[in-house]
Every structure is written in structure tokens, then in C-alpha cells.
Write a protein that binds this ligand. Structure first.
Ligand code: FAD
Length: 507
């Protein structure tokens, strides 16, 4: 039986491990933290439970497919919940807008609040769906480096319709061509942040996300998003996957290891660049195949000690996606003016993104995202309390020393007071913080980026690391920094693509 080691138990790593175990490989996941889930983790302290990272999930069929392929009944593990209102938006002008899950209702709301004809808004969603129909198969579901991906009718249709995928305008330019009202344009520009990008730079192809959220649907899970990490871990264990927690991998060991001079431990070496296992401290774990769920740059630079091969150099130079500063606040009181997902917009969106991506600084007037899972799961907070996950977008790689957390906190508290008339000053009874630097320390995501590389140029999809290494035989990649990118459904798909390539090529 061929042995696979997966480095990292993020959702991408778990997806690959489950599929490979089902295919009959002997699979070991080696995880540096004491828990699985990576960014999709939880804090459970002093009567408050928080999802640490993702708070909304899309494309649930990707998760359903994983469970079905693995031979498990998803309903026994996960309960998908589609909130009536996906997000409540608050504007500096005092306007409040509800993004209803029901597309018809949402179109009505937008038409009413922004005085835009219903037909124009509907045609915008049709445009978004068109991009999805043309691109999803090619850009999301298959390896980007296999000829077979391009040699079929659907791919041909996409290639013949390239102008329709709108890659030559930015998201903002496209949105501004549909709508007059700046606040409505801002609402749709926000979708660039779903993969950590800047709407004033990212290609309009990313307007696909609006269809993903409203055409297919946005969901949360009963028990919180962390229940997905828990369920996938459960399934992996049931399929016989071995999970070694508290095992940081220091090195991917090659047949002829240049760093430590281990020459395949007595075996004849055909291919010096073939992976033969991983090393955690003094411990060597043998493998025929290694799947890295660790960040691609980290894998090349740290685990392979290689900054020379083309992808290692190329990848390091690409622009990382945005990072985040998150406050996990246990708050006294209940606030009906807020929904489960809420956004308080900044006054000047363009300036906010310029500060994040061009100036590399904490935005002066950040857009604030507030996720309160206790609105749906009351046990996530103490009685008469709520669990506020409060996040702002941050430049990747910001050093902790340069980040004045207290002043950002006060800014957020002031803005919440001004917009919602809620004085948080004496209401916060529990607090934990996540900074970009901590994201890097906890998950090895270089510069604390949330979604691998940003999509701030139209070639990003082609720059992402392929799921199979060309340079190192037997090395595969999954997770947000590899194809097809970051976010829950995409990293789960990356695990699928990696496992399909392993079935095809093996070592
Ligand atoms: C604050 C925040 C909010 C987000 N919001 C959303 C959202 O609403 N919706 C959405 O879809 N996505 C969201 N995301 C993104 C989403 O969480 C990620 O895209 C996804 O969870 C990443 O999964 P992954 O498999 O790439 O790896 P990760 O979650 O990064 O996991 C990688 C794992 O590998 C381990 N590892 C790395 N290096 C080593 C090593 N050398 N040895 C051993 N183990 C190692 C790490 O410890 C980690 O457990 C958010 C992320 C954050 C941080």
C-alpha cells in the first residue's frame, strides 16, 4: 500500500486525506498545532464560543460531494443553515440594507434603497451567473495544467467566449458600469475581499462571487463553521487516516537530501529530487507521496530549503492576499439591530484599499465586519450576551510592533457607537485577538495572508501553484495558496484535484 503524508490538517489537507484514504492509500496527516482545522478553528472559553476564521460558506455541494465520495451521510454530520438575511449593511450616510438570501427579495431591497431599476439589478445577477457558467468548470474544478482540462466542449466554449468572462475590466469598473449609486457599487465591490483582493485592481471575472453567494446560496452551519473541521476530521479518522498533532514538519526529505546528506538510507537513487518523507525534529516519517497543505512559499523556502526553482521564486514575488485583524469579543447584552453577519462600511472605499495594498498600512477608516454566531446558536454566548467576531481587512505582513491594537480597537468602538448607538466600552467581558503575524505563526501562511496570493491582476489564476510539483517527484499541493485558491469550497476542491492527480500520476 502506497504511503502518503499530508503536511497540515487545514480543510484542504483534510479533503485530500479523506479522498486518498478512500482510494486505498495509507494516509498520515502531520499537523503542527494541537487541533485540526487550520484557519477554520474555534475558541471556546468563559462561556463564549467563536469560529476563529471563516464565518460564511458557499458552494455547499462541494462539501456534499466530499462526504458522498467518502461514503458518509452528510446529514449525520452537518446541518446547513441559510440565514434569511445573509448580511446587514450599514453605511456612513445612515442607510441600512439587508442582503436577503431570497434573490427576488434582495433585488427588491436594492431597487428600493438605491433607486435602481429592478431590471438592471436582475441583469447584473444574470451577468454574474454567466461568468460562473463559463468559468467554474475550467478555473475551479480541475487541474489547470492538464491538457484534458482544456480539451473538451465546455472549455472550448469558455475559450471562445473569453470577452464575456470580463477579465479586462476591474470589478469596480464593471460594477460602476451597471449602477449609478456609489453605495450600491460599494456593496458589490466588497466581494473582492472574499478572496483577499482589491476591487479596484481585481479583474471583473471575480464578479462571479455574487452569483455564488446569491444564485447558489450563502450558508452557515448549526454549531458554527468549526463543525465542518470537526466533521471532516471524524470522517478522516473513520477511514483510517492517522493524525499526528503537535508535529511541526521541519523538512520534506528528498531521496538525495542536500541539506542533511541522507542518501535514501541505503537505497539506490534514481531520482534525487524524489520525496521520500518528512522530518519533524529528529523523527523521520517515510512516505511515497507528500501532499503539502502548508503555504506554497513556506513549503519551498522552509521545508525544501529551496528559493531557486522557478515556482519558488515566482511565487514569493506574487502579491499576497489581504490579511485580517480580528477581535473575538464576548459582549454583554443583546442587540437586535444586528444580524448574524453585518458590515459597517468605510466612507472612502478606494482610499481603504489603497492603504491596504499600496501603502501597506492599517486603514484609517476600516470597513468593519461583525459576525455573531450566537444569533443562531444561543449556546455560543453566556445568557444575555453575544459573541462578536469583529474583523477588519489588513495589509499582509504587518509587523506586530507597528500595529497599535489599542488605537484600532478604540476606532472600532467609536464607529460602532456612531453607527449602531451601542457603547461597547463597558460591555466587552471577554477578548481575544488575532493579528496577521499570529495568522502566520499559527498556520504558516506567509505574511498572514488569508487566501494565498491576491487576485489583483488578471493573471493570478495562472500564477497559482499547480497541485502537482514538476520539480519534486511525488510532491503535491493543496490549500488556499495552491490552485484553485482560498476560501472553504476552493481549498476542499484543491484537495480533490491533488488526490485525482495522485491517482493519475502517483510518484
Ligand atoms: C479571519 C479569517 C476569516 C475568513 N473568512 C472566510 C469566510 O468567511 N469564508 C471562507 O470560505 N473562507 C474564509 N477564510 C479563509 C479560509 O479560512 C481558508 O481559505 C481555509 O480555511 C484555508 O484552508 P487551508 O487548507 O488552505 O489551510 P489552513 O487553514 O491554513 O491550514 C493549514 C494547516 O497546515 C498546518 N501546517 C502548516 N505548515 C505546517 C508544518 N510545517 N508542519 C505541520 N503542519 C503545518 C497549519 O498548522 C494548518 O493547520 C477566512 C480566513 C480567516 C483567517
Amino acid at each position: 500500500m502506497k504511503k502518503v503524508v499530508v503536511i497540515g490538517a487545514g480543510l484542504g489537507g483534510l479533503s485530500a486525506a479523506i479522498r486518498l484514504a478512500k482510494k486505498g492509500f495509507s494516509v498520515t496527516i502531520v499537523e503542527q498545532n494541537n487541533k485540526t482545522g487550520g484557519k477554520a478553528n474555534e475558541i471556546n472559553e468563559e462561556g463564549f464560543r467563536f469560529d476563529t476564521g471563516p464565518s460564511l460558506l458557499t458552494m455547499p455541494f462541494v462539501i456534499e460531494e466530499l462526504f458522498t465520495e467518502a461514503g458518509f451521510e452528510i446529514g449525520e454530520y452537518l446541518d446547513f443553515v441559510q440565514p434569511e438575511v445573509l448580511c446587514r449593511y450599514f453605511y456612513p450616510s445612515g442607510k441600512e440594507v439587508d442582503a436577503w438570501s431570497d434573490l427576488d427579495k434582495f433585488v427588491n431591497e436594492l431597487s428600493l434603497k438605491f433607486d435602481e431599476p429592478r431590471g438592471v439589478i436582475q441583469s447584473y445577477f444574470d451577468y454574474s451567473k454567466k461568468i460562473y457558467d463559463l468559468t467554474a468548470e475550467l478555473f475551479l474544478f480541475k487541474s489547470f495544467r492538464e491538457y484534458s482540462t482544456f480539451l473538451n466542449k465546455k472549455a472550448l466554449k469558455t475559450l471562445l467566449n473569453l470577452p464575456k468572462i470580463d477579465s479586462f475590466r476591474t470589478m469596480h469598473q464593471a460594477n460602476a458600469s451597471f449602477f449609478k449609486h456609489p453605495e450600491l457599487i460599494q456593496l458589490f465591490d466588497r466581494y473582492a475581499t472574499y478572496n483577499g483582493s482589491d476591487p479596484y485592481k481585481a479583474p471583473a471575472t471575480l464578479n462571479i462571487i455574487q452569483h455564488v453567494e446569491y444564485g447558489i446560496g450563502g450558508f452557515t452551519l448549526k454549531g458554527g463553521i468549526y463543525s465542518l473541521s470537526r466533521a471532516m476530521t471524524d470522517v478522516a479518522l473513520k477511514l483510517g487516516v492517522e493524525i499526528l498533532a503537535n508535529h511541526p514538519v521541519d523538512e520534506i526529505v528528498l531521496a538525495c537530501n542536500k541539506v542533511h546528506g541522507v542518501c535514501c538510507r541505503g537505497k539506490v537513487i534514481d531520482d534525487p529530487n524524489k520525496v521520500i518523507g518528512v522530518r519533524c525534529g529528529e523523527k523521520l516519517i517515510d512516505a511515497d507521496i507528500v501532499v503539502s497543505n502548508s503555504d506554497v512559499t513556506n513549503t519551498y523556502r522552509k521545508l525544501l530549503n529551496d528559493s531557486q526553482v522557478t515556482p519558488a521564486r515566482k511565487y514569493y514575488k506574487t502579491e499576497p492576499s489581504s490579511s485580517a485583524l480580528v477581535f473575538y469579543w464576548g459582549v454583554q447584552g443583546e442587540y437586535p439591530q444586528l444580524k448574524m453577519h453585518n458590515v459597517i462600511f468605510s466612507e472612502d472605499y478606494k482610499k481603504e484599499f489603497t492603504e491596504i495594498f499600496d501603502d501597506g498600512k492599517v486603514p484609517n477608516d476600516p470597513t468593519i465586519y461583525i459576525y455573531i454566531s450566537s444569533k443562531y446558536n444561543p449556546t455560543d454566548a453566556v445568557e444575555c450576551g453575544e459573541n462578536w467576531f469583529v474583523m477588519i481587512n489588513m495589509p499582509p505582513g504587518k509587523e506586530k510592533t507597528e500595529l497599535d491594537i489599542e488605537s484600532v480597537k478604540q476606532k472600532i468602538i467609536e464607529k460602532v457607537k456612531k453607527t449602531l448607538n451601542i457603547d461597547l466600552n463597558k460591555k466587552i467581558i471577554f477578548e481575544k485577538i488575532l493579528t496577521p503575524q499570529m495568522i502566520e505563526e499559527k498556520t504558516s501562511s506567509v505574511f498572514g495572508s488569508l487566501y494565498g496570493i491576491s487576485s489583483n491582476n488578471r493573471f493570478a489564476a495562472f500564477l497559482r501553484q499547480d497541485n502537482r510539483s514538476k520539480e519534486y517527484n511525488g510532491l503535491y499541493f493543496c490549500g488556499g495558496s495552491a490552485h484553485p485558491g482560498g476560501g472553504i469550497p476552493l481549498v476542499i476542491l484543491s484537495g480533490k484535484i491533488a488526490s485525482d492527480l495522485i491517482s493519475k500520476y502517483g510518484v
